[in-house]
Design a protein around this ligand. Sequence first.
Ligand code: BES
Ligand code: ZN
Ligand code: ZN
Length: 505
Amino acid sequence: MNIDRTATGALQADVDLLAVPVFESDAPRMGSGARELDAQAAGAISEFIKTSGFKAEKGESLLVPRALVGESLTARQILLVGLGKSETVDLQRLREVAATVVRRAKNAKTVGTTLWKLEDSDIDARDAVRAAAEGAGLGAYRFDRYKTSKKDAEGGAGSAKIERFTLVECDVDGADSSLATASAVVDAVCWARDMVNEPASAKAPLVLAEEIAEKARQAGLVAEIWDKNRLEAERLGGVLGVGRGSINEPCLVKLEYIPDDGEAQKPLCLVGKGVVFDSGGLSLKPADGMETMKTDMSGGAAVAAAMAALPRIGAKVRVAGFIPLVENLPSGSATKPGDVLRFRNEKTAEVLNTDAEGRLIMADALALASELQPRAIVDLATLTGACMVALGNKIFGVMANDDGLAEAVLQAASRAGERAWRLPLPEDYKKQIESEVADIKNIGSRYGGALTAGLFLQEFVGEGIPWAHLDIAGPARSESEEFEIPKGGTGVGVRTLLALIESME
Ligand code: BES
Ligand code: ZN
Ligand code: ZN
């Protein structure tokens, strides 16, 4: 989808559907407030709004009969959308309302929206432009690669795929750069969603690695793939141990973004869990627990997609990414409960449950990232069902060894429209992962599973390196369509990572 703007008035908007966002307080006098309509049309529209019961609550929308508008407007359809209360409007509300617009725009290939009057709020106009464009782009996402019939592919009866979204009457200073950034963010999130939604058998570790490396190189990053031989030479025993059960060999993707004059910078390291399918291994999951396990590479997808957007957003920070990719399957060659794996940093772990595989591959990648002596490490992983029990499926957990970094991640998430909550890493819970035979074991007791997983990862972060772990098991996938979030893979984490990097000097 193309995102653009016009600086001219709504009258000339060359779009199939024109949306007009309305605050609750303006709904009663909406018709008369529309300066572009003649008195008769304004009166008729006011009357129509009154009888329809439209209150302009957030997410509410009302299609205005074309005949009421008259010929002064060029758009084929006019849609009023509720912005809710003006006192509480924020950037996320704008994303949600823009997403509502594109979702309601059935039959339209081109959609435009006028900008809302935000004079009374402290929202920066450029941020508002970006948020609206992000919401529209994210809300228009569909994964229809495997739909045969056109009707199904296009999201239901008679609806068309939106080709262009235009902000009408948008003469904000710096709007073009806001739109360019929004487009980069949208493309990144949508690519992450595509990777997540792809069936596991179509994204074997090496296949996905090639796709990531190619896209990354196209975007201007340096990309390298470590195959199984290289993993052996580099002693990544965790990645190899988890990958052993599948005929699809494991690998690791390394990405690097170096900004202009950035060679001397210490990098920020990003690490993403890339389990293309998690059956649980020999500690096999029940059938229903496996249904969504193609989602288990969402952390890796978020890292790849966010990094590919860095050149486009003109990021100033050097960033290195590590994505271990494996398929966790049971077989005659699979790692068995009781086996001991030796990781990149020479530590050993006893594998008591092969379904706690994420921490095993993340361990190697965190150790590898630590060798760069980075300024910080941020990792993303669909790590534990326990985190979903704690926070539900819309909020990800943040565990960190550094308060400043934790706060920066939480703030970035909030600006970006993603929901995060900090969880602790209690020192005394480490007892739970003590092993009789190895340095640590890969499961703790029944309760606090997100925290013991976090404590396990912490063992592989180098001394003195600020580190934050994002357990995205819940929000990586959505069971329902809600504003800018589609069903299926959500691309969670991409927006937070980009907002975090934008905030760093
Ligand atoms: N990939 C899962 C975590 C997960 C579960 C993500 C549900 C999304 C939805 C992870 O590898 C896993 O299976 N974790 C186990 C750990 C346990 C065996 C200690 C879990 O959470 O049950
Ligand atoms: Zn698992
Ligand atoms: Zn997993």
